[in-house]
Design a protein around this ligand. Structure first.
Ligand SMILES: Nc1nc2c(ncn2[C@@H]2O[C@H](COP(=O)(O)OP(=O)(O)OP(=O)(O)O)[C@@H](O)[C@H]2O)c(=O)[nH]1
Ligand SMILES: [Mg+2]
Length: 488
């Protein structure tokens, strides 16, 4: 049941990828192959898939101060008037914008994001329902729009409601954080009307101060927009300097900053010198931002393929050796626990015999050393084997439980921890505990499986080659020179 759910989700994912004419749909099959290997080894349960742990479409989120021009920027980039814009705060929802061949723009409720494999949002609805104070559902915060703009192929853009001086609702902050975590690129918009810190306290706190120490801080682009308006009254350099000071005040001293205005909305600037200077700089900045947006699309295919390679190598070079080490630990712990139990049992028997009357001791001894009665020998050997197996199975169980607790505290990464625990349980179940002394490798780790991982790793090279061909030669036709080079 669960398995067919994951199958249909991945089939849908392939369909969507194919729609965008991308070689990535083949990569889904390679992820599926790794899933099957992981099911055998126990690292994944059958309702899980490595393919759902990565974002197949890179996400670009546009966040920032209210009325800073976020929606206007997106419309300009897409070449479509997709999002409503106004001088008043217009939007209180996040809009997830994705590509569709369909000429008609479709707006769907947030719940649609749950069902679509393109979006890594499917766990968030539950969290929102939990954090929201008045039981609001995901539809109250998110909507989905499809748009046929070529710029959107292979990407997802998220427009967001503006931050204002009032403190944000918990759910909005929660979604913002989730979106920031998932995004490949985050554009943080400021408004050149208010470059000073007072007007944007919340924005600075949530979108600047809290992002500075992140490992992925280079994905943030800080953008001062609507420069044309201020240039009519103040010197643009002073406005930019005031903004830079606010950012520095919030703790941001490095990071990529840009100042721009929307060329379609630019108000006339009387001072020609200022106009030319500003136009040149803002145009260059806008081009740089657009380049970064493009880059995200191109990087994405390589990134997904490198995730495939990373996952295959992690199974082979990390997970399996870790599991082998845990199994060894289990064997030696079982051995010691069993030995202690056996010694305790012997000590108890010795003590029992010590207290028993002399005749009983002699009787037991003569029974034990009587090798004439085959039935009796059988009972004695059987009894001994039974006691030893009983001790072994119990020691193995106790040892396994202790090691499971150790895995829980030793591994911080949730996926590694859960995978190892699941595989370890599979390796220490009853039938394995019975033959613990002859176990040499983890369940499922056969030569055949190792070859299959090797095949997935080989396919990575093939995918990279196809991608290189694509980007160096978008039409798909190889030039004579390129052909010569590849056949050499
Ligand atoms: N002159 C000028 N006006 C702009 C520029 N960018 C946006 N605007 C105008 O600023 C107003 C606000 O723009 P929006 O795009 O709605 O701003 P937003 O950030 O999406 O606003 P919210 O979604 O409400 O937070 C609109 O009236 C736009 O026409 C610009 O660069 N120059
Ligand atoms: Mg808007």
């Amino acid at each position: 049941m669960q398995k067919s759910k994951i199958d249909s989700r991945l089939n849908k994912l392939k369909e969507k990828l194919q729609e965008e004419n991308d070689i990535l749909h083949e990569v889904v099959d390679s992820f599926r192959e790794l899933d099957k290997i992981a099911y055998k080894l126990g690292f994944l349960s059958e309702e899980q898939s490595y393919a759902t742990r990565i974002s197949w479409w890179p996400m670009i989120s546009v966040l920032g101060l209210y009325s800073a021009g976020k929606s206007t920027f997106i419309n300009h980039y897409l070449g479509q008037k997709l999002q409503a814009t106004a001088t008043q705060a217009v939007d209180d929802k996040f809009t997830v914008i994705c590509f569709s061949d369909d000429e008609v723009v479709k707006t769907l409720p947030g719940i649609a994001l749950d069902a679509d494999p393109r979006f890594p949002f499917y766990q968030i609805s539950k969290q929102i329902e939990e954090t929201s104070t008045n039981n609001q559902r995901i539809d109250a915060y998110l909507r989905l729009k499809t748009c046929p703009s070529e710029q959107l192929r292979g990407k997802i853009v998220i427009d967001s409601p503006g931050f204002d001086a009032d403190s944000q609702r918990d759910s909005t902050l929660h979604i913002t954080k989730h979106i920031i975590d998932l995004s490949d690129l985050v554009l943080v918009f400021f408004d050149a009307h208010h470059p000073e810190p007072g007007a944007m306290r919340d924005t600075l706190k949530h979108l600047v101060t809290e992002t500075i120490d992140r490992a992925d801080s280079n994905k943030f682009l800080y953008i001062l927009n609507q420069m044309d308006i201020t240039a009519r009254e103040d010197s643009p350099e002073e406005v930019v300097a005031a903004w830079q000071r606010s950012l520095a005040h919030a703790g941001l001293t490095a990071g990529q900053r840009f100042y721009i205005y929307n060329p379609e909305l630019c108000l006339p600037i009387e001072n020609q010198e200022v106009r030319v200077r500003l136009e040149r700089k803002c145009q260059a900045n806008l081009t740089d931002i657009h380049k970064r947006l493009e880059q995200v699309g191109e990087d994405r295919a390589y990134r997904v393929i490198s995730m495939l390679e990373h996952t295959a190598k992690a199974i082979e070079e990390k997970m399996v050796p870790q599991l082998e080490e845990l199994i060894q630990r289990w064997k030696s712990r079982t051995y010691w626990t069993g030995t202690v139990f056996l010694l305790l049992l012997l000590a108890a028997l010795a003590a029992g015999l010590g207290f028993a009357p002399a005749e009983t001791r002699t009787e037991i001894w003569s029974w034990l050393t009587n090798f004439e009665d085959p039935m009796g020998i059988g009972i004695r050997i059987g009894g001994l084997v039974f006691v030893l197996i009983f001790l072994q199975l119990n020691s193995a169980k106790i040892a396994a439980n202790t090691i499971l607790k150790q895995i829980k505290s030793e591994f911080e990464d949730e996926y590694t921890r859960d995978g190892l625990m699941r595989a370890f349980r599979k390796n220490t179940r009853f039938s394995r505990a019975l033959f613990i002394w002859i176990i040499s490798q983890p369940v499922g780790w056969s030569q055949k499986i190792q070859r299959r991982i090797g095949d997935v790793l080989n396919s990575v090279n093939g995918y990279v080659q196809q991608l290189n061909d694509r980007f160096t030669n978008p039409s798909g036709k190889q030039s004579a020179v390129a052909l010569e080079q590849t056949t050499e």
